[in-house]
Design a protein around this ligand. Sequence first.
Ligand code: IMP
Ligand code: MG
Length: 181
Amino acid sequence: MMEKDIERVLFSEEELKTRVAELGAQITRDYQGKKPIIISILRGSYIFMADLTRQINLPCTIDFMAVSSYGSGTTSSGQVKIVKDLSENIEGRDVLVVEDILDSGNTLSYLLEILKARRVASVKLCTLLDKPARRTKDVHADYVGYTVPDYFVVGYGLDYAEYYRNLPYIGILKPEVYEGH
Ligand code: IMP
Ligand code: MG
């Protein structure tokens, strides 16, 4: 069972639902009259993306991008690689990037530069979690679900070594699960 590896629940299913609805409403207000393209960074943001986009009441398109930076550990390797690029041309579009967690900022500082270089009208970032304690790059999120302390968290899309993504809540992983790895 996955539950035995969880130290405690940080954000319950109900809390997440409420917060995601608030973010969706805010984005809907801010993008009035626009038709943004909403880009999910795979795989961590897949659940947040599905819930968030259903709370955004705007004409919009969606696309997906996959980058690798972590391997199976709990700290960033500093190396970022595009594993899957967008399907759509984003020139002239208002781009909203949806990410699970902003940690060191490595992944997003690299990604946002790549997207800006594609002559977009605007780029904004929405992250479910912000972990500023470990930031090494100057990345600013326009929409943040929750600011969290330096715990390693899993669930609601977030993984450890690709597992736990399907937990419906966000929980703190017991350090004994990853210590020694
Ligand atoms: P960054 O490049 O260090 O900002 O790392 C961002 C990525 O690291 C996220 O998209 C996650 O995949 C992963 N990550 C960072 N912290 C956590 C965590 O606490 N739990 C699960 N994944 C994390
Ligand atoms: Mg990720």
